[in-house]
Design a protein around this ligand. Structure first.
Ligand SMILES: [Zn+2]
Length: 257
C-alpha cells in the first residue's frame, strides 16, 4: 500500500542498495537525484490527493450498496450564500454537513444557529483556513482547530468532531494534530470544483456523472453557481432513485464530542 511509512522504508532501502552497489560499480549522481525527484513527487501526490490516504486515513465515502449520498458545504458561514442554500435545503427537506471556518462565525452567529437549528451538522474546517495552514507546526494546527471548536461551543454549545483539512491538504503534522485533537478526518470522493467552474451546466454534469452509492460531495456555500444548480442537482439525484442523507448518519458517526 502506498503510504508515507512504506514509501520512506522503500526509498531508504533503495538508497542503501545504491550506496552498497557504489562500492563495486560507481553509481552516477543522477541516479540519487532521480530517486529524490520521484520521492518528492510521491509526497506531493500524498499531500494534495486526500483520497490517497497517504499520510492519514481519511473518510472519503461510505461503503454501501444503498443508493445514498451525502452533501457537504465548506468555507461558510457566509452571508453570501449560506442562508439561500439553507432555504433550498429546507424546501427539499434535505440535511447536509457544513464544514465552517472559525473566523467566519464572527458576525455570522445567527447563520450558525440557523444551520444547527435546521438539523444540519457543523464540522470543523479550521479557524483561519490560512493559505499556509499546511506549513504550520502540529501544535499551531491543533491550536487553530481548537479555536474553531471553542467559538462553535460558545455560539451553539456543541463541539465538532468531524474535521475537513483546509484545501484538502494532509501531511504528517496534520496527522498528529488530528490524532491529538481526537478529530475524525473527512474528505470527499466527488469534488465539484464550484469555486472554479462558473458554467452551471458544466458543473451540474461534472457532479451528476460521478454519483454512486456512498458518495460524499464537496460544495462551497460561498459559491453562487452551487446555489444556482442545487435545486436541479437535488432533482437529478431524486429522479435517479438516490437519497441524500446526513454525512454522520450515512457513516454511522457521532458528529460532536
Ligand atoms: Zn476550504
Amino acid at each position: 500500500m502506498l503510504n508515507f511509512r512504506n514509501t520512506n522504508i522503500f526509498v531508504a532501502a533503495l538508497l542503501l542498495m545504491l550506496l552498497i552497489l557504489n562500492h563495486f560499480y560507481p553509481v552516477p549522481t543522477f541516479a540519487y537525484f532521480i530517486i529524490l525527484l520521484i520521492y518528492s513527487f510521491i509526497l506531493f501526490y500524498g499531500s494534495y490527493f486526500i483520497q490517497s490516504n497517504f499520510y492519514i486515513k481519511t473518510i472519503c465515502s461510505a461503503q454501501t450498496n444503498k443508493k445514498q449520498i451525502a452533501i457537504s458545504f465548506d468555507d461558510g458561514p457566509a452571508i453570501n450564500f449560506t442562508p439561500e442554500i439553507l432555504q433550498v435545503l429546507k424546501n427539499e427537506n434535505i440535511k447536509a454537513t457544513f464544514f465552517c471556518i472559525g473566523k467566519n462565525i464572527s458576525g455570522n452567529e445567527k447563520i450558525l444557529h440557523q444551520i444547527n437549528n435546521e438539523g444540519h451538522v457543523i464540522g470543523n474546517h479550521s479557524y483561519s483556513h490560512h493559505f499556509w495552514f499546511d506549513l504550520f507546526s502540529s501544535k499551531k494546527m491543533l491550536g487553530d482547530m481548537a479555536f474553531m471548536n471553542e467559538i462553535t461551543k460558545e455560539t451553539i454549545g456543541l463541539t465538532p468532531k468531524l474535521f475537513r483539512p483546509p484545501y484538502g491538504v494532509t501531511n504528517p503534522n496534520l496527522k498528529n494534530a488530528i490524532i491529538k485533537g481526537n478529530y475524525i478526518p473527512i474528505g470527499w470522493n466527488i469534488r465539484s470544483m464550484d469555486t472554479v467552474i462558473n458554467d452551471e451546466e458544466k458543473l451540474l454534469k461534472k457532479i451528476t456523472s460521478k454519483i454512486k452509492p456512498g458518495a460524499i460531495i464537496l460544495f462551497h456555500d460561498t459559491s453562487k453557481t452551487t446555489l444556482s444548480i442545487l435545486p436541479k442537482f437535488i432533482k437529478y439525484v431524486k429522479t435517479n432513485g438516490y437519497e441524500i442523507t446526513r454525512l454522520d448518519k450515512m457513516l454511522n458517526l457521532k458528529p460532536y464530542a
